[in-house]
Design a protein around this ligand. Structure first.
Ligand SMILES: [Zn+2]
Length: 423
């Protein structure tokens, strides 16, 4: 199995099964309900885990919850802990409704502060970091590989986290002294404060996966500075850290990336409630994980049509697929996890067993569930058809409403009708 690696800018071969394949994906910063774009770095690793396990791998997946961050302090001055707690619960509820299960571990920044402080102490002792009035900064110029992941040149680098007292404007914060209005803090060798965002992920990933692990992922917007800084922190201590860096393309709307700050975000909750989880998952499948994905009514409608196409296969007769069908599907996923190609292959199939097995990789086995309407509803639909034929449209509408009240939709087709379960 090969995956594209941002660090080497090439597809990299994974070790053979059973691995293990240990994966860390940067999860949400919890200060609002997550939007459909934030859900991509949840859906992608959950699918990847399911696929790797079917291919004989042992896996361990960690997706963290960033519950200490400037964004949370800004969103709820004086009450950030409460907001982080609520938003963590919303995140778990909303991603549960995707029906893909949970990662093996979901560490939070707050429960890992002790590990983060120990790591910062080691960096200070080794000369990679220094204290300024209760803040601790990483000396970017001390780490010779700085900029390799993102392709940034050190001499072109702009200031991160302004502070006139830093040795070098490019240095980034490992620890920040407590400021007025920040309602959470921890005691440390540098006084009361809280960790910087990047050290949280270095500490959480190594705590659960070890000093060397196979895959680190997140959105493309995290390459710089977040992941560049994680690499600097961990590798300057001699830890090999992640071997393959996966960065998913950003979800956009009308050519613009989806961001809360742009006001064009759509919550995962709303999208699941409006379109259903199956349509949303099929929508995610239509894009290659490295490419941008366009969220619109048209692309969601198209995904709904595809999902309905799969249900139709199970309403029609089974036709055995050719012998190489599964191998073609597996080859698409094993070559950089190409879900649009896998999806195209699945659309060719009328083989119920194979299609059910493939859909199950993506949490979509429900599309294969039997859709036989109960006889009393078939009777109502028949009476509705007679009413229509007799031009009794009021009665026909009443019968349609009764059928819909029972959770089914009646569709006119070829002089007859079809009953389809509502989703
Ligand atoms: Zn992270």
């Amino acid at each position: 199995m090969r995956l594209y690696d941002t660090y080497t800018r090439a597809k990299r071969e994974l070790p053979p099964p059973p691995g293990p394949i240990r994966m860390y994906f940067c999860g949400p910063t919890v200060y609002q309900r997550i939007h459909v774009g934030n859900a991509v770095p949840f859906v992608l690793p959950m699918w990847l885990k399911r696929w790797l396990e079917r291919q004989g791998y042992e896996t361990k997946l960690a997706i963290n919850i960033t519950d200490i961050n400037d964004k949370i302090y800004d969103a709820a001055p004086g009450a950030s802990a409460r907001l982080a707690n609520d938003a963590s619960r919303w995140y778990i509820e909303d991603t549960n409704d995707l029906g893909l299960g949970r990662p093996d571990v979901e560490p939070t920044a707050t429960e890992t502060v002790g590990d983060q402080i120990r790591m910062i102490e080691e960096l200070v002792a080794a000369g990679f970091a220094y204290e300024v009035e209760g803040d601790v900064y990483f000396r970017v110029t001390r780490f010779s590989d700085y900029g390799k992941l993102s392709g940034q040149r050190l001499d072109k680098l702009e200031e991160q986290e302004p502070n006139a007292l830093k040795e070098d404007a490019r240095d980034f914060a490992l620890w920040k002294a407590n400021k007025p209005g920040e309602d959470t803090w921890w005691d440390s060798p540098w006084g009361r404060g809280r960790p910087g965002w990047h050290i949280e992920c270095s500490a959480m990933s190594e705590k659960h996966l070890g000093r060397e692990f196979e895959i680190h992922g997140g959105g493309l917007d995290l390459v710089f500075p977040h992941h560049e800084n994680e690499i600097a922190q961990s590798r300057s201590l001699g830890h090999p850290f992640a071997q393959v860096w996966m960065h998913n393309g950003m979800l956009g709307r009308g050519g613009q990336e989806m961001h809360k700050s742009l006001g064009n975000d759509e919550s995962l909750r709303n999208v699941i409630d409006t379109w259903g989880r199956e349509t949303l998952l099929v929508f995610y499948l239509t894009g290659h994980w490295r490419k941008p994905l366009d969220f619109s009514d048209a692309t969601l409608r198209s995904a709904a049509t595809r999902a309905e196409g799969f249900r139709d296969v199970f309403r029609s007769a089974h036709e055995p697929a050719t012998d190489d069908a599964w191998d073609r599907f597996a080859a698409a996923l094993d070559d950089d996890f190409n879900t649009p190609e896998a999806l195209a292959i699945m659309h060719e199939w009328r083989d119920h067993d194979l299609l059910r097995r493939a859909l199950d990789v993506f949490g979509l086995a429900s599309l294969a569930e039997s859709d036989e309407a109960p006889p009393e509803l078939v009777d109502l639909a028949r009476r509705r058809q007679e009413a229509r034929a007799g031009r009794e449209f009021g009665e026909a509408d009443r019968l349609r409403a009764e059928i819909e009240g029972a959770g089914w939709e009646v569709r006119d087709s070829g002089g007859g009708f079809q009953l389809v379960r509502k989703r």
